[in-house]
Design a protein around this ligand. Structure first.
Ligand code: MF3
Ligand code: CO
Length: 253
């Protein structure tokens, strides 16, 4: 899973650079599919419960599960990239958001809060904590910034399948839920709305959008819990070194 996660981190770093005005969602999908296969992996999302593409791209009021199309990005778009792959049957699932060109103040703040929320959630994934500690920390931080966390979609265990128990909500109470033990591998994925937490699915049966039409932002890492804390398996090489800490040969926040 470490090897799978490494390739997915490299893939997302590359895809981030492609998001420019005029580039289409399908351009990114093709780039993702090609990168994944060239690295000996299988695009995990393609065909997953009938999903038609190799990546989800969710822009502005779209929360998650947006289906790529020939629609181009526009200056100011808040673009969520969510990708998954398997390597020898082992999954990695990760995503990040990027602003196309010049974003609004609200988009830039929402992006920063979402990335920090993910880091805070990861920091709670230590042996002896409970799953509820992750969601509680994410929720407290996000709501303290005046934003809301989506309830209808959650993070998850991951391994031989993309979605395994336990569910990992971005809300909750401290000390509740499963005990976190070394060996657990989970995907933590805060979805943060500028306005209300309410969302619904479009008639394409995939795209999740905010009810109020305001911005939503998303970030996700697959992380492994080791004896001394979390290891991010899907680190992107483009993330500034100041945001990650090396402990031995492992990368932690
Ligand atoms: N990262 C998403 C998740 O955790 C997966 C996208 S759904 C798919 O649920 F169908 F597109 F794969
Ligand atoms: Co996921």
């Amino acid at each position: 899973m470490r090897a799978a996660g490494h390739i997915l981190g490299e893939c997302l770093s590359y895809l981030e650079t492609l998001v420019q005005p005029g580039v289409t969602r399908n351009d990114i999908d093709r780039a993702a599919d090609t990168f994944i296969r060239q690295h000996g992996c299988v695009p995990g999302f393609l065909g997953y419960y009938g999903y038609p593409k190799s990546i989800c791209i969710s822009v502005n009021e779209e929360v998650v599960h947006g289906i790529p199309s020939d629609r181009p990005f526009q200056d100011g778009d808040l673009v969520g990239l969510d990708c998954g792959l398997t390597l020898d049957g082992w999954w990695a699932d990760s995503g990040c958001s990027v602003i196309c060109g010049n974003g609004s103040d609200e988009a830039r703040t929402l992006l920063a809060v979402t990335n920090e929320a993910l880091a805070i959630g990861i920091s709670q994934a230590v042996p002896g904590n409970h799953i509820g500690d992750i969601g509680h920390a994410v929720q407290e931080y996000v709501e303290g910034k005046g934003f809301s966390v989506v309830r209808s979609y959650v993070g998850h265990g991951i391994g031989r399948d993309m979605h395994e128990p336990p569910q990992v909500p971005n809300y909750g109470r401290p000390g509740t839920g499963n005990l976190i033990k070394p060996g657990l591998v989970i995907a933590i994925e805060p979805m943060v709305n500028a306005g209300s937490a309410a969302v619904h699915v479009l008639s394409d049966e995939w795209t999740v959008v905010t009810d109020d039409g305001r911005l939503s932002c998303y970030a996700e890492h697959t992380i492994a819990v080791l004896d001394d804390g979390p290891e991010i398996l899907t680190v992107r090489p483009t993330v500034p070194a100041a945001e990650v800490v090396k402990v031995g040969d492992r990368t932690r926040i």
